[in-house]
Design a protein around this ligand. Structure first.
Ligand SMILES: Nc1ncnc2c1ncn2[C@@H]1O[C@H](COP(=O)(O)OP(=O)(O)OP(=O)(O)O)[C@@H](O)[C@H]1O
Ligand SMILES: [Mg+2]
Length: 450
């Protein structure tokens, strides 16, 4: 329970309820005390006026009248102190002291609050006739009973408030905590390898957001693992083909089945397939390194027009062999960009290889270079079957398109486009895919001009 959401919310609710009740209590008690005091003083004042009226000018000499009045007010906890000229002030010691301090002998009407010992007294002095006076004296603590009742009520309110706060805090804490606990359990299942777990998206917005994010994470994990599986499948397939050739032909040589010119041809095949294997492994390594910091590019200013011209020269020969006319649209002025020349060659070669593989004899292939908005655009386009619209968003994810087209078209190992995209991005450029005016696909490298 320590540190749980329910506990924390409960503690916060308790604190808020406690503080609220205490503040309200303090304010109320001050208010009640001052009101009670002033009400008491006012009533004492009224009584003093009444008594003064009843005793009249001579009544103070009439002990019987005074005794009657004293009897009446004593019932309310009020004492009468009488002062007569030349005589001693009559009343209990504390009351007399309070009355005298309030100005019993001053010959004037007074109203005061006097402390005698530990008790506060409210005093009303009235002079009656010449040099005679009386005072009504009442302990101010008559309000204490009210005070005690007030404290009792505040404590009661505090108790009820705290109880309600505890229940409310605990319940809302549990309610809030439940979907979070469910999300944690789902995350644990994900960690344990299950990919079909989904959390209901409910509760307050923030909590629902956690559940939604977790579901998305599970989806993304499942997707990326499926891709990884497909990629591994395609790579192992791609590894197996040359390995089968190498094993077969080397066996033939070892067993003496292939002799003379046959053995030479077998050796050539083994060599070719071994080279294919080497290229594949190099590509795989490069792709893996692309994400690591150690990957270094040899950046320098180069003339992209010259680079494309070089590439076109090489590919002209290969395309001619397949009866695919290759045209190069290159500006006559230099197009300077900052890039790694060898890597850029590699990217163009990969794109051209993809294009040539699917372009039927007679259909065109184009290398086109132009500049716009401070960028150079180099496209490799073809008149082949092209790509479906849903292919473009995933074109640069390793293995995805290769897996998609494996049964319909000649494909490779599925690394080329992912590697090309990674390389161009590393050089600060972009690689995009789209339909070509020639009818097939167009892959365009964009690089900032330097
Ligand atoms: N110009 C294109 N026209 C039609 N399909 C293409 C084109 N370029 C690529 N593709 C499709 O995309 C897939 C992925 O290309 P990518 O270069 O990534 O891998 P690959 O060519 O199969 O293997 P690798 O390049 O590693 O030898 C290809 O197999 C092909 O099906
Ligand atoms: Mg390729």
């Amino acid at each position: 329970m320590k540190g749980t959401l329910a506990l924390r919310i409960t503690v916060v609710c308790l604190a808020v309820a406690g503080i609220a009740v205490l503040v309200a209590g303090l304010v109320a008690s001050r208010l009640v005390r001052t009101t009670a005091d002033s009400v008491l003083q006012q009533s004492l004042r009224d009584q003093a006026d009444v008594v003064a009226g009843q005793l009249g000018d001579t009544g103070i000499g009439n002990r019987l009248a005074v005794g009657k009045v004293a009897d009446v007010v004593r019932g309310q906890g009020i004492e009468v102190v009488v002062h007569r000229a030349g005589g001693q002030d009559v009343g209990s010691a504390d009351a007399v002291r309070a009355a005298e301090r309030a100005g019993l002998t001053s010959g004037q009407d007074r109203s005061a609050r006097i402390a005698v010992g530990k008790v506060d007294y409210l005093v009303e002095v009235r002079s009656v006739g010449a040099r005679a006076a009386f005072a009504l004296v009442q302990p101010a603590r008559s309000g204490e009973a009210t005070q005690r009742a007030l404290v009792r009520n505040i404590l009661l309110a505090l108790g009820i408030g705290l109880l309600v706060a505890a229940v409310a805090g605990y319940v809302s804490g549990r309610l809030l905590g439940r979907p979070l606990r469910r999300a944690a359990a789902a995350a644990a299942s994900l960690r344990a390898g299950r990919r079909d777990v989904r959390v209901p998206v409910e509760g307050p917005a923030e909590v629902a957001q956690v559940a939604g994010s977790l579901n998305e994470l599970a989806d993304a994990l499942a997707r990326s693992e499926a891709r990884q599986r497909e990629f591994l499948l395609s790579v192992s397939h791609e590894l197996r083909t040359p390995l089968t050739a190498v094993t077969g032909f080397s066996e033939a040589i070892a067993d003496g089945v292939a002799e003379g010119p046959d053995a030479r041809r077998a050796g050539e095949t083994i060599h070719r397939e071994a080279q294919r294997l080497e290229r594949l492994v190099t590509d795989l390594l490069e792709l893996a390194r692309l994400g690591a910091d150690e990957f270094r590019l040899d950046l320098g200013t180069l003339d992209l027009a010259a680079l494309v011209r070089d590439c076109a020269e090489v590919w002209q020969l290969r395309c001619a062999r397949e009866n695919v006319p290759l045209s190069a649209q290159i500006p006559s002025t230099p197009v300077l960009v900052t890039a790694d020349a060898r890597r850029l060659h590699q990217v163009v070669d990969g794109l051209a290889e993809n294009a040539l593989r699917v372009t039927p004899a007679g259909a065109p292939m184009v290398f086109a270079l132009d500049t716009a908005d401070g960028r150079a655009h180099l496209s490799v386009r073809d008149g082949g079957p092209g790509l479906a619209p849903e292919d473009y968003p995933v074109a640069f994810e390793r293995g995805v398109l290769t897996a998609r087209y494996r049964d319909r078209r000649p494909v490779g190992s599925g690394i080329g486009l992912a590697l090309a995209h990674g390389l161009v991005t590393r050089m600060g450029g972009t690689l995009t895919a789209g339909p070509a005016p020639e009818g097939g696909a167009a892959f365009t490298i964009g690089l900032p001009l330097s």
